[in-house]
Ligand binder design. Structure first.
Ligand code: RFL
Ligand code: PHB
Length: 409
């Protein structure tokens, strides 16, 4: 980081556009972009990451917390899993409650020994930054006006502003890892790109508190007044969520109001065990299901939230970003090391097949557990029947468990 910064700031003194050459220009320094950069770096493929925000901002975003085994294995391959192995908590099951009835999902038993690990996205990102720093990888923060050019030629470029200076990267490929609002997806012509989208008429109000979690496992709860979730980051850090109207203002949610609402939606024994305390973060996130097809166009390849969004109910967002990076990193390695273009040509189809299954699962779990304001009495009874079926059927539980631990890459 220091080396690339020196290079750019020295050059920034000149008025001409600075030109940097690389093999893969990666737009976005979230988990998808950083993990891709790390895996390419370890395989000798030169790359540059362009991130709009300061590093501290990226590390202050509280997001996902549940990692599938596929992501854990990928972090091991990237040699960034030391802290994860020491501090991550293996979860072999969770509870799912509906109007007070509780159903335990024994992930390990239902999937032949598979499980998930609870370790925050913030920590994954921090570990990646540390490894990239140590390897003097090129991660450039606080870039403005990133624009993609000539993606349908052999010489695509990315332009951006840094410290008021125009810069240009010439690359063999561009990886769009810039999240839902980034410019990469928009660079695919609308005549080619097709968007598929569902929005939900509510959001999740999340709160982080330095209190011991209510139990050792996660509790998902559907209730007459809406969804609630008890999650955690560590033995002394809890993460809780309640479904709320999408236009609610976080300022209207005092800590007391949050705790009261959460308690009222949880099964009695869980509510009774809840340890409350002051919040250290509170925010409202909208829920959305979204897929962009195709996930590649000529020299551009999208990964993570740039190409798809899931509602957080199944904890799939970060994990899907990881499976995209798995396919894309291997495809780049095949191209540069083995002169084999086929995996890159097949990338969009390969990634989308897994994306749509995670979309289906996240949508299903969202429908099962949330209060839909426009739901009629027929749909309410369908929701109750769905939970009843889950409770009584080993096959239904196994389907939930198989999807929750993550489908094979
Ligand atoms: P990210 O993490 O959004 O990173 C994209 C990065 O690109 C940068 N960027 C740009 N850089 C340069 N130029 C531009 N013009 C740029 N525009 C954007 C951004 O600053 C950012 O650093 O996407 P990525 O890497 O694909 O990773 C995906 C995951 O972050 C995401 O799927 C999950 O966090 C989704 N998600 C959750 N998933 C879960 O599984 N469980 C959760 O509890 C959960 N909570 C959340 C979430 C996503 C949220 N967002 C996006 C609003 C809570 C929130 C609030
Ligand atoms: C979280 O801990 O933030 C979390 C856990 C499970 C989910 C969503 C979010 O399904």
């Amino acid at each position: 980081r220091a080396a690339s910064f020196r290079l750019l700031s020295r050059a920034a003194q000149s008025r001409a556009t600075i030109l940097v050459k690389t093999q893969v220009a990666i737009i976005g320094g979230g988990p998808a972009g950083l993990l891709l950069s790390r895996l390419l770096h370890l395989n000798g493929i030169d790359n540059v990451v362009l991130e709009r925000r300061p590093r501290e901002y990226v590390l202050s975003r509280i997001r996902a917390g549940v990692l599938e085994q596929g992501l854990v294995e990928l972090l091991h391959e990237a040699d960034v899993d030391k802290r994860l192995q020491a501090e991550g908590e293996v979860h072999a099951g969770f509870d799912i409650a509906f109007h007070g009835d509780v159903c335990h999902i024994d992930l390990a038993e239902l999937t032949g020994g598979r499980n998930v690990v609870v370790y925050g996205q913030t920590e994954v990102t921090r570990d990646l930054y540390e490894a990239l720093d140590a390897a003097e990888a090129k991660v450039i923060h606080e870039v403005d006006n990133v624009a993609l050019h000539a993606l349908d030629t052999d010489n695509p470029t990315v332009t951006f502003d840094l410290n008021g200076q125009k810069q240009q990267i010439s690359a063999v490929f561009v990886a769009g890892c810039d999240g839902f609002h980034g410019p990469s997806r928009q660079a695919i012509p609308t005549s080619i790109r097709k968007d598929y989208e569902l929005t939900y008429p509510f959001g999740w109000l999340g709160m982080l508190s330095e209190t011991p979690p209510v139990g050792v496992e996660l509790v998902y709860a559907g209730h007459e007044s809406g969804f609630a979730l008890c999650s955690m980051r560590s033995r002394m850090l809890s993460r809780y969520y309640v479904q709320c109207p999408i236009d609610d203002d976080v300022a209207d949610w005092s800590d007391d109001r949050f705790w009261d609402e959460l308690k009222s939606r949880l099964p009695t024994n869980v509510a009774g065990a809840l340890v409350t305390g002051p919040s250290i973060e509170k925010s409202i996130a909208p829920l959305r299901s979204f897929v962009c097809e195709p996930m590649s166009w000529n020299r551009l390849f999208l990964a993570g939230d740039a190409a798809h969004i899931v509602p957080p109910t199944g904890a799939k967002g970060l994990n899907l970003a990881a499976s995209d990076v798995y396919y894309l990193s291997r495809a780049f390695i095949d191209y540069f090391d083995r002169d084999n273009e086929s995996p890159l040509e097949e990338y969009s189809g390969t990634a989308l097949a897994r994306v749509w299954k995670a979309e289906r699962f996240s949508w299903w779990m969202t429908r099962l557990l949330h209060l839909f304001p426009d739901q009629n009495n027929f749909e309410q009874n369908l929701q109750a029947a769905e939970f009843d079926y889950l409770q009584g059927s080993l096959a239904a539980k196994a389907t939930l468990a198989e999807n929750y631990v993550g489908l094979e890459y």
